[in-house]
Design a protein around this ligand. Structure first.
Ligand code: NVA
Length: 358
């Protein structure tokens, strides 16, 4: 008699931000370059940071900076492995090489440090995001060997339509709005989004519009995912919106951590959730590529354990009083590259199933 066919366990499978983590991609900083100056970059940072990029865009990041961040990453990887998580890495790429399309040229790439920005895992599908920074056009290449392997092991592998990123996509004369009305540096010429503008809570995904994610990008993902998922657009109060994971972090069923400066209107969906504001970051000094609120850019190993920067003592205390088990891991040197634990990772597999939490 024939044995019944057993379906192999999916290699790619994650529906939310908190199911027990089994496999993760952790970025690398080797080969990282300072992104060339462009209006899309200008829109995402305070004016105090512009000159650095105007002067050094296209150059490799200084080696001591890379070495220190590499050390942070290696410590983080050891911690994850000690917790039983399988860690995978992208290829090391020399981003100092220039490249061009028929329409534009970029003096360099950026890095392979933040897989969260460019890849989105929804269930057994891994989606390449249509990111709108020209310097990031080929960033996905560093992940191609991994993507091919996951595909061979049964994952669904999708790339959103590759955007053209012609001049017409960007508002060349973009200026930061004086008032509270959101204004974005990109328009709706073609769909673009960064994966890090979405957070996942099972059948419900939450997204912010930003300087990298437009309505068409959100519509593309929504139509692609179909009726099994609902996408909620979250209004945020942020002059430099780019990536939602320092604005709201769902940590467990019914527990949402928010940035009280940015999420001033809690989405109605969270009515029955315990929504708590994160304590202010330990230092309010924003770095060139991100704000000090990366303090709340934590990675959950499961519904209890969260990886946190040890200098965020208020946040650690707060997590403990909320029933979490914070695990400290020094990451300040890595933070200078524009993100923290959540940005530096892509959770490939979390043990759990598709559910509705609302
Ligand atoms: N761009 C946001 C999110 C970083 C993870 C910030 O700088 O706070």
């Amino acid at each position: 008699m024939l044995k019944p066919l057993q379906k192999p366990a999916p290699v790619v499978c994650a529906y939310n931000e908190w199911d027990p983590l089994e496999e993760v991609v952790v970025g690398v900083v080797d080969g990282a370059c300072i992104p060339p100056w462009h209006v899309a970059l200008k829109a995402t940072m305070p004016q105090s940071q512009w000159q650095f990029f105007l002067d050094h865009g296209g150059e490799p990041f200084p080696e001591p900076m890379i070495a220190a961040a590499r050390e942070d990453l290696e410590r983080f990887v050891r911690l994850l492995e000690a917790e039983g998580v399988t860690v995978r890495r992208p290829e090391v790429v020399d981003y100092a090489r220039s490249f061009k399309t028929p329409d534009w040229e970029s003096a360099s790439g950026l890095y392979s440090a933040m897989p969260r920005d460019i890849l989105l895992v929804i269930g057994d599908e891994i989606i390449e995001a249509p990111t709108c920074w020209r310097s990031r056009y080929h960033e996905i290449d560093a992940y191609r060997p991994l993507l091919r392997e996951y595909f061979q092991q049964g994952a669904r592998w999708t790339a959103a339509p590759k955007p053209l990123l012609r001049d017409e996509l960007y508002k060349a004369d973009y200026e930061e709005p004086a008032g509270d009305e959101p204004l974005y540096v990109i328009n709706e010429v073609e769909p673009t989004f960064d994966a890090a503008d979405f957070v996942r809570c099972g059948r419900d995904l939450f997204v912010q519009k930003s300087h990298v994610t437009n309505d068409l990008g959100i519509a593309w993902l929504s139509r692609h995912l179909g009726s099994d998922y609902r996408i909620h657009v979250v209004p945020v109060h942020d002059k430099h919106p780019m990536h939602i994971d320092a604005t709201m972090m769902p940590l467990a069923p019914g527990k949402l951590l928010i940035n009280p400066e940015r999420l001033t209107r809690i989405p109605a969906a969270f009515r029955s959730w315990d929504v708590r504001p994160a304590p202010a970051p330990s230092s309010r000094a924003d770095s060139a590529l991100c704000s000090s609120w990366v303090s709340m850019n934590v990675l959950s190993l499961d519904e209890k354990r969260v990886i946190v920067e040890p200098s965020e003592t208020e946040l650690i205390r707060f997590f403990k009083s909320w029933g979490f088990e914070p695990i400290p891991c020094s990451f300040r040197n890595f933070n200078l590259f524009g993100g923290s634990f959540h940005c530096a990772t892509l959770d490939v597999r979390r043990r759990g199933e598709l559910r509705s939490y609302f």
